[in-house]
Design a binder for this molecule. Structure first.
Ligand SMILES: NC(=O)c1ccc[n+]([C@@H]2O[C@H](COP(=O)([O-])OP(=O)(O)OC[C@H]3O[C@@H](n4cnc5c(N)ncnc54)[C@H](OP(=O)(O)O)[C@@H]3O)[C@@H](O)[C@H]2O)c1
Length: 319
């Protein structure tokens, strides 16, 4: 199966390594790559470090690449989800299935992208947009038939967890951000993590897909961790509390949705306060299946790559 990648940063390279390791079992080939600055094509399959050619627009790139599936993994734009939304539409316009790890399009335009994909019988998958490759959307789609999700709560941003843990040791927010950057987990612009944009985008994406909302990250009541001090975290710890950035979505009795992303002071035995390091936790509050939890223990870019791979296997089985 011929794959075109739009974006080739940490996730793209981890995905290329994963395909390389699975070559004997899965006949997937990356035959074209586009970044902001370069393109590369080889119908026989590109190496992990390809020879780069000149840039092209996404439509030109797709027309030349002639892929069977497109993977959109450009940088997050939490403000309006572009240009990733247009990249996905360019693939749909050519009848091509799309996989993305970019939460911008799911947070800003899920309802319309889903409708466009359905109208043209095109498969569209996005497992890695929230909690790296841990099954969230695929779990609900495949294993929770008939269930209505009326609430979501989660600790979904690894960078703020690392920063708050550093501050709990008396170090500064800037020290924490530097550490998260060294670990390769911060967004290209770490302000998106610290100001809560990444978490708000995940909250909107989860609500859009799992609660049939039609919201954007701007509609999430958002407070970041920028105003928290090491002293505050240490005082909370001394009193048996943990301060962490929590995302919540709740369907109210009148049918409206309450969406929040903000630092919360949780009792230290709260499930949401009990995942260490970069680990994430998500709770789905349902009607027929109580509360279900998903924990991603120390996720890394390899898990994000696996989420793309899982979506690819799913699509390959249906084509
Ligand atoms: N890293 C993670 O652990 C993780 C986890 C879950 C989801 N994600 C999501 O996955 C996506 C990729 O993350 P990453 O860590 O791989 O990012 P990254 O290392 O910053 O790489 C981004 C890539 O996108 C390319 N790009 C940016 N704008 C583009 C445009 N307009 N047209 C074509 N290419 C463009 C960049 O090209 P240049 O190099 O030419 O600038 C680069 O190759 C993001 O949306 C991120 O939020 C990441």
């Amino acid at each position: 199966m011929r794959i075109a990648l739009i974006g080739y940063g940490s996730v793209g390279k981890a995905f290329a390594r994963l395909l390389e390791s699975q070559r004997k079992r899965f006949p997937f080939r990356i035959t074209a790559i586009q970044t902001r600055k370069y393109t590369a094509y080889d119908p026989k399959g590109l190496p992990i470090d390809p020879e780069w050619g000149p840039p092209a627009s996404v439509p030109e790139f797709l027309d030349k690449a002639q892929p069977e599936v497109v993977i959109e993994i450009t940088s997050l734009n939490p403000v309006d989800g572009e240009p990733a939304i247009s990249h996905i539409r360019a693939a749909f316009a050519r009848g091509l299935p799309v996989i993305t790890a970019n939460k911008g399009p799911i947070a800003h335009a899920y309802a319309s992208l889903r409708a466009e994909a359905a109208a043209h019988h095109i498969l569209f998958r996005f497992e890695s947009t929230v909690m790296d490759g841990s099954p969230v959307f695929n779990l609900v789609r495949n294993n929770l038939p008939g269930v209505t999700i009326h609430g979501i709560s989660g600790v979904l941003n690894s960078t703020t967890k690392v920063v708050l843990a550093e501050m709990a040791q008396g170090r500064s927010l800037a020290d924490g951000v530097r550490l998260a950057q060294e670990m390769g987990i911060a967004e290209a612009d770490p302000a998106y993590d610290i100001d809560g944009w990444d978490s708000a985008a995940k909250t909107a994406a989860l609500a859009n897909v799992l609660m049939d909302a039609n919201v954007t990250p701007q509609m999430v009541e958002r407070t970041g961790i920028g105003a928290i001090t090491p002293e505050e975290i240490q005082a909370a710890a001394a009193a048996g509390f943990v301060i962490t950035l929590v995302s919540r979505a709740k369907r109210e009795a009148d049918g409206s949705l309450t969406l929040t992303t903000r630092p919360e002071r949780l009792p230290e035995d709260d499930l949401l306060a009990n995942v260490d390091g970069t680990s994430n936790v998500l709770l789905l509050h349902t009607d027929l299946m109580g509360t279900q939890g998903i924990v991603s223990v120390t996720p890394g870019v390899e898990q994000t790559a696996y989420g793309l791979f899982a979506d690819l296997v799913d699509i390959a089985q249906q084509l």
